[in-house]
Design a protein around this ligand. Sequence first.
Ligand code: ATP
Ligand code: MG
Length: 448
Amino acid sequence: MLQTVRGMRVVLPAENRRFRFVENAVRRVLHQYAYEEVQLPLIEATELFSRGVGEATDIVEKEMYVMQDRDGDSLALRPEGTAGCVRALEEAGLLYNQVQRVFYTGPMFRYERPQKGRYRQFTQIGAEAFGFAGPDVDAELLDLTARCWRELGVADHITLELNTLGSRESRLAFREALVNFLSPHKAELDADSQRRLTTNPMRILDSKVPKTRDILAGAPELPQFVDHESRVHFDGLQQLLSDLGIPFLQNPALVRGLDYYTHTVFEWVTDRLGAQGTVCAGGRYDGLVETLGGRATPAAGFGMGLERVMLLHEVLYPDALAVEQSADLYLCIQDPSLQEATARIANQLRDGLPTLRVRSGLGAGKLKAQFKKADASGARWAVVIGVDEMARGTVTVKPLRAGDGEQLELTVPALIEHVARASGLAPVSASGSTGVRARSNHPLNRNT
Ligand code: ATP
Ligand code: MG
């Protein structure tokens, strides 16, 4: 049997329930903040990322899936969403002199070493806000993510780390000081850091190699280089976060791996997932629109790793969403000649009880075997479609759980009333045209 390509994701139904639960919660919150969804391509010109994300970043240097189109163009599976989002909105003329709040979701691809919480195909929900220069939008994005954590019940296990990279100029000054400091130690640095000394020295600060870390202990620190304007921006953000009651830690070593950030950078981190503890990361990237050929536009955003959020939810609530039931109503067919009638009745039930799950014992077989399957499905009622009942225009409903009363013979509309009452639902009128009047409280039925 052929196997799934290493690092690519299959999400089976049991896991998918949790995945959609998490995704829907985040979507509901984005909706509350009036962010609108954009759908973006999975394939982009490779150049978008080498220019946008940065030639010397891990993503572009060693993590991209690059291929040649049949006409020779170099294309890449998107490793992140921000560059493509900027390109798409700029192309549509939606950025210059306007404000936009958008989000997107879907798979991203990076060639890295797969492990728990790190895959070659993973899912991000990204949100981006354009046209806002002040720290208020940085705060809004953080407030939005904080609300997501509360919605999901994971807030107590995630902390916010915050830093400012300053303006482009202050970053360059810091970079120069860092290179001057590290150059005399070059021979003692690990191989990756030696290379980065010329390509992307700020990434050396991320190194996990102990020897390199020792040397870094005496290195100049970014905050000393941050210009006045960035300082004011950063102080403003911290004040807003305090007002909003969002706790944070200042982490001067937080630099992020992408070239496009300026001013604010942040990560939401948990200690419950081992090494893959960053569940959401982002910041301000005022220079990106211009870098990609548009007119300068202030921008800020984040990317949330849905698999990691889902893993955290699973660690904290291992039993939640473990659905034992696969149906609410199970239709048993007495005779193969009734299959057509059964399909029709099943649809009447779906029209009248739109939040319930209706399953038919397809393929018929002996009634006794069908009752067994009905019971195993976890359904609350078996509905028997029988020859005699059909002739009378009724069905027999057999409660499968204790306390649900006696077996009854009912017309289909009466059955709908009966089940709706027992489930605490308001049935949809017979015409079916009034739409859903009641929603089940099951988390999977809650949507934006
Ligand atoms: P890391 O340091 O863990 O590699 P990153 O800085 O490369 O993360 P970003 O580019 O900021 O990650 O992406 C935003 C979020 O997407 C991350 O915080 C993380 O939650 C998630 N993410 C990134 N790479 C992966 C991956 N390979 N598998 C699963 N989730 C990922
Ligand atoms: Mg990475």
